[in-house]
Design a protein around this ligand. Structure first.
Ligand code: AMP
Ligand code: ZN
Length: 482
């Protein structure tokens, strides 16, 4: 127990309270939403210029656990996650390929949702795209210009950090020092700015170059940070409860979001900031730029089921770094296999009617420990230990033939509760017949023809879960069993 939670425990005793480590205050805090039972949550989504790697998915699986646990606690949740579908990398790559940014991002957006489904991540309630919210961004920039918190220079618009004295309150960055970014890098456009720290809200785009949008302050395209301020406030209001993302987004991205949003509204932007730690490989952050990344597809092609990756990614609490190894992944494969077998054994075991009070107590203890662990800033490793303890005790009861109907039912309910948050027990396996596979492939092609990508994704994911791998070839869709 942390000292903070020990104090809360002394004050509130048995009361079960959800607590988060808030990066804004650098403290564990009790979670109290702004509006009673409704929670607004924004998680920074992917830049869709490539397949996301499993480092990215560590953050998105964390977001999924956060989402599911808030619902488990009975909150009414609105969960927003953006798609960054315009940025320098997307533009450079699309130019290289001679296609538009929309043509460039479409397959990666589709792939992203396929991967999210395969990993058992629930879809956010709203998934806004940057290119569809340019007006909102332009309006926000206008407001900042009117307030003197932004200025124009050579057709671009920059945020004037000197006009927002609270700048640095999230990352605790020392403005007196000469750090100019997380990497200490000085921006190439520094001579257009009053201060090297000022960041672009709107980037000038010369006539004839694409993509660009017209705005009162000139033709151009938005900077990255402004999209999250504009879209989060559009869907969640000027002040909302939770903003989350990977730790690398804390500075400058989230610091800049605060400056933009609070600078425009004069209201507190977000109450709780949650940041998840990196997935690493051999001690280094997993990143495409370092060439040490694995996509979900790379891993699945090696025969690992996505549920094992989900298990591995959530097995370490989100604020601790996790080092990826194939040894660790193999361990996760056998653990999820054990959980899956347990799930089907408990359903199929015949139990005599009646109850076994001793076992009942153990199952109730597991449920309580699970919730206490999750309440403690989503401590998934302690929550998993409670689950494994219960599985062991119930298995012992089954082999000693002392499992009774009441505890069988209680165990099934407990598994459902655990799984509504963690999603690690897997679904019931029924062999899928060739005929059904062919029928579903045709249905999926029809859905794609009608641009119903959500349905097409669903079918692909369903087949993937059944161990059926689809391959799009020149001759049409081929399939094989994993
Ligand atoms: P991007 O698509 O680059 O905008 O990143 C999407 C999300 O993945 C962001 O929240 C990042 O912080 C997060 N992320 C990137 N690399 C890693 C990593 N190695 N481990 C955990 N999260 C990461
Ligand atoms: Zn963002």
């Amino acid at each position: 127990m942390t000292s903070q939670s020990a104090v809360l425990y002394l004050l509130f005793g048995e009361v079960r309270m959800l607590r988060f480590y808030n990066s804004l205050t650098d403290r564990i805090e009790q979670f109290i939403p702004l509006n009673e039972n409704s929670v607004g949550m924004y998680i920074c989504g992917p830049t869709v210029w490539n397949f996301a790697h499993i480092g990215n998915f560590r953050t998105f699986v964390f977001g999924d656990i956060l989402r599911r646990y808030l619902k488990f606690k009975g909150y009414r949740l609105t969960h927003v996650m953006n798609l960054t579908d315009v940025d320098d990398r997307i533009i450079t790559e699309s130019k290289k390929r001679g296609i538009t940014i929309y043509e460039m991002t479409a397959p990666y957006i589709e792939a992203f949702w396929e991967d999210m489904d395969a990993l058992g991540c629930e879809r956010p309630d709203v998934a806004p795209r940057a290119t569809e919210h340019i007006n909102e961004m332009v309006n926000l920039i206008q407001k900042l210009l009117e307030k003197g918190r932004a200025y124009q220079s050579k057709g671009s618009v920059y945020y004037r950090i000197a006009a927002f004295p609270e700048y640095g309150k999230l990352s605790k960055i020392n403005l007196e020092g000469n750090i100019t970014g997380a990497s200490g890098r000085v921006d190439a456009d520094k001579y257009d700015k009053e201060n090297v720290r000022d960041f672009a809200l709107w980037k000038h785009v010369p006539e004839g170059e694409e993509p660009a949008w017209n705005a009162p302050f000139g033709r151009g395209r938005p900077g990255w940070h402004i999209e999250c301020s504009a879209m989060s406030m559009k869907y969640l209001g000027e002040s909302f409860d939770i903003h989350a993302g990977g730790i690398d987004l804390q500075f400058p991205h989230h610091e800049n979001e605060i400056a933009q949003s609070e600078g425009a509204t004069e209201k507190p932007f977000v109450k709780y900031w949650l940041h998840s730690e990196f997935l690493k490989v051999d001690g280094e952050k997993m990143a495409k730029s370092l060439g040490n990344e694995f996509t979900l597809r790379d891993i699945m092609a090696r025969g690992f089921p996505p549920i094992a990756i989900r298990y591995l990614l959530l097995s370490v609490p989100y604020r601790k770094q996790l080092n990826f190894t194939f040894e660790g992944l193999k361990g996760a494969v056998s653990t999820v296999e054990r959980l899956k077998i347990f799930h089907s054994v408990i359903r199929e075991t015949k139990a005599e009617s009646g109850s076994n009070p001793e076992l009942k107590k153990k199952i109730e203890t597991a449920l309580k420990e699970f919730e206490q662990a999750m309440d403690d800033d989503l401590n998934t490793s302690v929550a998993l230990a409670a689950i494994h303890n219960m599985v062991r005790e119930v298995n012992i009861a089954i082999s000693n033939e002392v499992l009774r109907e009441d505890e069988k039912k209680l165990t099934i309910e407990a598994v459902e509760k655990f799984d509504s948050v963690l999603g690690i027990f897997g679904k019931e396996d029924k062999q899928i017949l060739d005929e059904e596979i062919k029928r579903l492939i045709i249905e999926r092609q029809e859905a794609r023809k009608h641009r119903d990508y959500a349905k097409a994704d669903q079918i692909r994911t369903y087949l993937m879960e059944k161990g059926i791998i689809l391959e799009d070839t020149k001759e049409g869709v081929r399939w094989r069993r994993r």
